[in-house]
Design a protein around this ligand. Structure first.
Ligand SMILES: Cc1cc2nc3c(=O)[nH]c(=O)nc-3n(C[C@H](O)[C@H](O)[C@H](O)COP(=O)(O)OP(=O)(O)OC[C@H]3O[C@@H](n4cnc5c(N)ncnc54)[C@H](O)[C@@H]3O)c2cc1C
Length: 380
């Protein structure tokens, strides 16, 4: 942390750039240091979704409130097809969008490039190829430090019709799910897992084959592939000295489905507010994100322990619900029984080994025996 001069942010992902945008809009001098030569380099132009079910405030209103404009690919989703492990397909629908698709990566039209442009326009100085130590930063937004969830993805251009397919099958994607999104000529296929990381290529190949068997689609010779991971850990404090930790660097993540963008934007904005309003960052995030994270931990426990039978029930209820967004938001709501279950889950999934999460005291699953992963980032 600097005693004077610009506010220094380590990392130009959604969390760091959301903080930079808010601070620069308020007239503060801001430097964002990004270790890589561009933003979004761990992604491949893939489709991701900013979920709009965990909190009542819809995404466009949320973005407006935190001062972010929609200068990137942004497409509402109010339908999808879910598949259970037996291959039964069910259509889900919602009145209001349950999320907005965006794209990620170091290319035009992505969320990353859009936020970069907004930060710069607001006056932030973004410095590439500059790695900043946590002790030198006011805001640490350096993303995941160790794999709690791992995904392999592939993207390509296509002229096939739009599809949002999500496949729930613990055998083909242990603890996770696989998905095919085709929107506006961009296709993304991905397989996300939370165990057995060294076999990610096998899970990817088998889930891709199964998705094609269930509802065929063409894959051209020209595709892009990449590996990336997600972090989840729970802490009481996301500060270390004067440094505020945001986004996945602080473990802020939706543990149920790994949808961390909303957490990243929210926590980045809250860190900026804590500086501007001279308020305690830990109070601010605990108030807005604390209970939500605990609930998502319980949701994840149910997701994993319910097995494929539980996932089939989830798919059936999601399709039967009049409104999928309302159904999904009920999962995110605080219930007395979830509050009672939370300490039990923490105990059952207690520390077993080393972990690489930083800083300080926290809870995580510490599965270092499974941490052998392929090289991260785009591979083709
Ligand atoms: C395959 C995949 C699919 C996903 N899909 C979704 C989805 O559909 N919806 C969703 O909500 N979430 C999704 N997520 C999660 C989401 O992408 C992350 O939660 C989000 O990007 C976290 O933002 P962040 O700012 O914390 O970190 P990041 O986006 O990782 O940004 C961190 C940045 O910091 C830089 N950096 C690291 N160390 C330093 C340093 N010392 N100094 C300077 N710079 C540094 C990195 O190079 C990086 O650019 C997905 C994740 C993966 C892996």
């Amino acid at each position: 942390m600097q005693d004077h001069g610009p506010i220094r942010i380590a990392g130009a992902g959604p969390s760091g750039l959301a903080a930079a945008i808010a601070l620069a809009h308020a007239g503060r001098e801001v430097e964002v240091h990004e270790a890589k030569s561009d933003v979004g380099t761990r992604f491949i132009g893939d489709l991701q979704i900013i979920e709009s079910a965990s909190v009542g405030e819809p995404i466009p209103r949320f973005l407006e409130r935190i001062g972010v404009q929609e200068n990137f690919y942004f497409r509402a989703a109010d339908w999808a097809t879910f598949y259970d492990a037996r291959g039964v397909a069910r259509v889900i629908r919602s009145g209001e969008p349950y999320g907005w698709f965006i794209r990620r990566g170091a290319e035009e039209g992505t969320l990353d490039r859009g936020l970069l442009a907004q930060a710069r326009n607001a006056g932030a100085n973004v410095i590439f190829n500059s790695r900043l130590g946590a002790e030198e930063a006011d805001i640490v937004a350096t993303g995941p430090a160790s794999p709690d969830g791992l995904a392999r993805e592939m993207t390509w251009r296509t002229d096939e019709p739009d599809r949002i397919d999500v496949f729930f099958n613990h055998k083909l994607s242990p603890g996770g799910y696989y998905y095919l999104f085709i929107l506006d000529g961009i296709a993304t296929f991905g397989c996300a897992i939370v165990a057995d990381f060294k076999r990610i290529d096998e899970y990817f190949a088998h889930s891709l084959a199964e998705a094609q068997r269930l509802h065929g689609f063409r894959i051209p010779e020209q595709t892009r592939t990449g590996y990336s991971y997600m972090n989840f850990h729970l802490k009481h404090r996301a500060t270390n000295g004067n440094a505020r930790y945001v986004g996945e660097a602080a473990g802020f993540q939706d543990y149920l489905f790994g949808l961390g963008i909303r957490y990243a934007l929210t926590s980045g904005h809250l860190a900026a507010r804590s500086i501007l309003e001279e308020r305690d960052f830990d109070d601010l995030w605990q108030n807005e994100l604390g209970q939500k994270q605990e609930i998502s931990l319980v949701n994840r426990f149910l997701y994993e322990t319910g097995g494929n039978v539980g996932l089939s029930l989830f798919v059936r209820h999601a399709a039967r619900a009049k409104d999928f967004r309302t159904y999904l938001s009920s999962w995110h709501q605080g219930r007395w029984w979830k509050s009672m279950l939370a300490p039990v889950v923490r105990r059952v999934w207690r520390h077993r080994g080393r972990c690489l999460h930083k800083p300080g005291e926290h809870w995580c699953r510490s599965r270092d025996t499974e941490m052998k992963v392929p090289p991260l980032g785009p591979v083709s």
